[in-house]
Design a protein around this ligand. Structure first.
Ligand code: AMP
Ligand code: MG
Length: 404
């Protein structure tokens, strides 16, 4: 049985980024660029003024001076005629520097009166000019394949007129719940039945990771039903099943997957909770069999599935950083395997403090609602005391944020 770290390595080593699609630029935010992008032109395109002011010959103003007003150049305008010596052209931020001028003096340091501009301070060549190509040179790789597209990257792409952007495909993830006890939300409950919450929970987690969930519904605890649904699920990029992989009599998921030529990488991981987590591959396609317990299925999704989905969507950074946090209370831990503890996270003066978010028994889903993070306690660690440091991985949401 692999350790937590071994299991995650097996998974991440066996998935690769999906292919490329071109999407409309605004749709590309949050996606990962699939090709290098070279600048088609210089940025700025031409020398332009960084300030509202007057374009001048610096030589005319080695000290305070008075110049003749010789024109007006708003943003969007351009001028072919050179600025004559002894004159100044009124210019607004972003407008191209007219030929001849080699500096701009901001309005604040001037006074305009009767067609004359009084320059109150000495002007140096290059003052307040943004030069052509200063930010980006034509041909330069401004964005490398693998870059996550945030508003700043969208800004750069937009400034180069890119309307469609090559990104990695979103991963399509088939989600299948298994069990004779399950009914779908909205259906009538009967004695012994419970609602299939895992399908929606896992689909929500897929969406939050940036993937596209494909809902397969429920497979019953028999080979025929499982086979039919698993075959359908294997058409997606990834298949996630929940439940039916423990040692129970009716847990056929494992058998049917191997009949479907899924190579089993592991069937258990040495973690708590989440031990009955399985992973297999068919022709490079990953299949995750997660525990049926709602808490375990979400925790194992977070630790194993999410990083894999991110890698498939081209992300280079797929693991959340572990932040160091101080325990506000003691935590019981038996040595042997990695434990995941659902914790409430607080920040004080830039330091993280955590405490148990509630009862840690996996029967308590509510504890996961109150958790902002998962404390990952190393296998050999024993009981921890208040004040001890733990590694915490923050869950998506506002757990790492503070109130205004
Ligand atoms: P199993 O892995 O089949 O032994 O299931 C473990 C526990 O998870 C049992 O209490 C199941 O009732 C529960 N469970 C299994 N599948 C789901 C599901 N889709 N939604 C909610 N709970 C589930
Ligand atoms: Mg079951």
């Amino acid at each position: 049985m692999p350790t937590f770290e071994e299991a995650r390595k097996i998974i991440l080593d066996s998935v690769i980024p999906l292919g490329v699609e071109k999407v409309e630029i605004l749709t590309a935010v949050g996606r990962v660029l699939a090709e290098d992008i070279a600048a088609p032109w210089d940025m700025p395109l031409w020398d332009n003024t960084a300030m509202d002011g007057y374009a001048v010959h610096a030589d005319d103003c080695p000290e305070a001076a008075t110049l003749q007003l010789a024109g007006f150049l708003p943003a969007g305008g351009s001028m072919t005629e050179a600025v004559a010596r002894g004159t100044a052209v009124k210019i607004l931020t972003g407008a191209p520097i007219p030929p001849g001028a080699d500096a701009v003096i901001p309005f604040e340091e001037t006074e305009e009166k009767d067609g004359q501009v009084v320059i109150k301070k000495a002007v140096k060549p290059r003052d307040h000019i943004r030069f052509k190509g200063e930010d980006v040179k034509a041909g330069e790789t401004v964005l490398a394949a693998g870059t996550l597209l945030r508003p700043s990257e969208i800004s750069m792409l937009a400034s180069f007129g890119k309307v469609f952007v090559p990104v990695h495909r979103k991963v399509r993830v088939a989600v299948l719940s298994t069990g004779d006890e399950l009914v779908e939300p909205g259906e009538a409950l009967a004695p012994g039945k419970i609602i299939n919450s895992n399908s929606l929970a896992l689909a929500a987690a897929v969406k939050q990771a940036g993937g596209i969930p494909v809902m397969l519904g429920i497979a019953r605890d028999n080979r025929e039903s499982l086979r039919e649904k698993l075959v359908e699920g294997l058409r997606a990029d990834v298949l996630i099943t929940s439940a039916g992989v423990s040692a129970g009599d009716r847990d056929y998921v494992r058998d049917v997957l191997s009949e479907l030529m899924v190579t089993q990488a592991f069937w258990k991981v040495d973690i708590k909770p989440g031990r009955p987590t399985a992973f297999g591959l068919r022709d490079g396609k990953p299949i995750f069999s997660l525990p049926g317990n709602p808490v375990s299925s979400l925790l194992t999704f977070e630790e194993f599935v999410r990083p894999a989905l991110l890698k498939m969507m081209g992300h280079r950074r797929v693991l959340k950083p572990l932040v160091k946090a101080t325990l506000k209370e003691a935590v019981r831990k038996k040595p042997g395997r990695v434990n995941f503890i659902r914790v409430a996270v607080e920040q004080e003066n830039g330091e993280f403090y955590v405490q148990s978010a509630g009862k840690q028994d996996t029967g308590y889903l509510k504890t996961l609602l109150l958790a902002d993070g998962i404390a990952v306690i190393p296998a050999e660690q024993e009981d921890l005391k208040a004040g001890d440091q733990v590694n915490v991985h923050l869950l998506d949401g506002d757990g790492g944020m503070v109130e205004a």
